[in-house]
Design a binder for this molecule. Structure first.
Ligand SMILES: [Fe+2]
Length: 419
C-alpha cells in the first residue's frame, strides 16, 4: 500500500473519529394507515401554529397535499406553501423559501416530497436563523452559531432517507456545483412513512429512489468506518429492497411493498448518516451537478461498477449480504457468494428498468468528473478499496452511451488498461 493511501486512510479515520462525537437523534416515526395525518396532529401538540410546507409543484397539482393541509388546519394551524423546489435544488430556492417563511411569520417547516424538498427545508430552517448570511454561506458543516427551529418531514419517495439524515445536498444556482450542508440540528423532529402517499410514484422514480436506498445501505455496510449498530439497519434495508423493490416497481398500488420500501429507505438513511458513503455517491453527485441527472438514477448507473471494483476488499461483506438475502448458504465459498451478490445487484437494476449507460455523459467531461468525485470521496468516505483518478475515469467511461463508446478509440484503450 502506497504511503499516499496510508496517509489518506489515516486522515479519513480521524474525520470519522471526530464525526462519531456528533449526537444524532432519530426522528419520531409515525407509520401505518394515515401516518401522515397522525404526524400533522402531533405538529400542533409540539405547539406550532404557523407551518410552511416545503414541496414541489407536481405534488401540489396531484393533490397529494390536500389531506395534509386539511389536517393541519383542523388542528388549528395556519398553512403556507413554498412549492418552488425542483430536482437538484439550489441556494436560490432556499432564499425563496426563507422569504416566504419570514413574510408569514412561520414557526416550523413541514417538508413533503422526495429528497429535494426535505433537503431544501433543512437549508431554509438554517438560513432563517442566520439572517446576516447568504444561504450559500451555510454550505459545509456546522456554519450556524444558532440552533434552528425544528422541522418535520413526510417523504413521498422511498430512497434518499433525508428524513433521517443530518445533511442536505444543495447546488450553486449558477454553476450547479453540489455544495452540501451538514448540521444534526436540522434533523426532522418527526417523520411519517405513509405508503398511500407513495402509490402515485411512477415506476422509473420508484426504481431510481429504491436503488438510491440500496446504495446507502451497501456503501455504509462496506465502509471500513462502519459499526455493528449501523450494520443491522443496512442488512435489513438490503434484504427488504431485494424483496420489495421489484414488487413496488411492477405494482405501485402494492401498499405492503410501498411501506417496506419506506422502512428500507429509513433504515438505510439511519445507517449511512452514522457511517457516511462511498465512491458511488462521489461520482453520482457529479452527474447531478453537471447534467442534472436525478440522484437515484445516477447512483443506479454507478453502483454495480463500484461493487465490482470493491469486491477484492469487500468480498467478505458481500458474501454476508448474499446469505442475508437468501442468495446463498453458509459454508459456500466466500468468493462465489460475493460474486453472486454483485451479479444480483446488476440483475436487480435490469429488472427495474435502469439502463447501462448515461446519455448525457461525454468523453470530454470524464476527467473533470473523476477529479471532483475523488475529491468528495477522499474528504470523508472510508471506502474498502481506494482508487486513483485513472481507475475512476475508466469506471465512468463504462457509462458512456454506445456511440461515444465505439467512436472514442483512445477512451476504449484507456478503459482496457484499467479493466
Ligand atoms: Fe443518495
Amino acid at each position: 500500500m502506497s504511503i499516499r493511501i496510508q496517509l489518506l486512510k489515516l486522515k479519513l479515520r480521524l474525520v470519522h473519529f471526530l464525526y462519531g462525537f456528533i449526537t444524532q437523534h432519530k426522528p419520531m416515526l409515525f407509520t401505518g394507515k394515515d401516518a401522515s395525518i397522525q404526524l400533522c396532529e402531533n405538529i400542533s401538540h409540539f405547539g406550532h401554529k404557523r407551518v410552511l410546507i416545503v414541496t414541489d409543484a407536481i405534488l401540489v397539482e396531484l393533490g397529494i397535499l390536500d389531506k395534509i393541509k386539511q389536517s393541519l388546519k383542523d388542528n388549528g394551524i395556519e398553512v403556507f406553501i413554498y412549492d418552488g423546489v425542483l430536482p437538484n435544488p439550489t441556494y436560490a430556492m432556499v432564499e425563496e423559501g426563507v422569504l416566504i417563511f419570514n413574510a408569514n411569520n412561520c414557526d416550523t417547516i413541514l417538508a413533503v416530497g422526495g429528497g429535494s424538498p426535505i433537503d431544501t427545508a433543512k437549508a431554509i430552517i438554517l438560513a432563517e436563523c442566520n439572517p446576516e448570511k447568504k444561504a450559500i454561506e451555510l454550505a459545509g458543516g456546522y456554519k450556524s452559531k444558532r440552533r434552528p427551529k425544528p422541522i418535520f418531514a413526510i417523504p413521498t419517495t422511498a430512497g434518499t432517507g433525508s428524513e433521517v439524515t443530518l445533511a442536505a445536498v444543495i447546488s450553486h444556482p449558477e454553476t450547479h456545483e453540489k455544495m452540501p450542508l451538514a448540521d444534526h440540528r436540522t434533523l426532522p423532529l418527526a417523520t411519517a412513512i405513509d405508503a398511500e402517499l407513495m402509490q402515485g410514484m411512477p415506476p422509473h422514480v420508484t426504481a431510481a429512489t429504491g436503488i438510491d436506498a440500496l446504495t446507502h445501505a451497501v456503501e455504509s455496510y462496506i465502509s471500513t468506518g462502519t459499526n455493528k449498530f449501523a450494520d443491522q439497519y443496512s442488512r435489513a434495508a438490503i434484504k427488504m429492497i431485494f424483496e420489495f423493490l421489484p414488487r413496488a416497481y411492477k405494482d405501485g398500488s402494492d401498499l405492503k411493498a410501498r411501506e417496506a420500501m419506506g422502512f428500507a429507505a429509513f433504515y438505510a438513511g439511519y445507517a449511512f448518516t452514522q457511517t457516511l458513503l462511498g465512491y458511488v455517491h462521489g461520482i453520482a453527485h457529479q452527474f447531478g451537478g453537471l447534467y442534472g441527472t436525478p440522484h437515484g438514477f445516477a447512483n443506479a448507473l454507478v453502483l454495480p461498477h463500484i461493487l465490482d471494483y470493491s469486491i477484492v476488499e469487500a468480498g467478505p461483506q458481500f458474501a454476508e449480504l448474499a446469505i442475508v438475502c437468501g442468495m446463498g448458504k453458509e459454508g459456500e465459498p466466500e468468493g462465489e457468494l460475493a460474486r453472486t451478490f454483485v451479479d444480483r445487484v446488476y440483475a436487480l437494476r435490469r429488472e427495474v428498468g435502469i439502463p447501462d449507460t448515461l446519455e448525457a455523459l461525454q468523453e470530454k467531461d470524464i476527467e473533470k468528473i473523476a477529479k471532483a468525485a475523488l475529491k468528495e470521496a477522499h474528504t470523508a468516505y472510508l471506502v474498502p478499496r481506494f482508487m486513483d483518478k485513472k481507475t475512476c475515469e475508466g469506471i465512468i467511461r463504462k457509462l458512456l452511451p454506445q456511440e461515444e463508446n465505439t467512436t472514442s478509440e483512445t477512451a476504449k484503450q484507456k478503459t482496457a488498461e484499467i479493466a
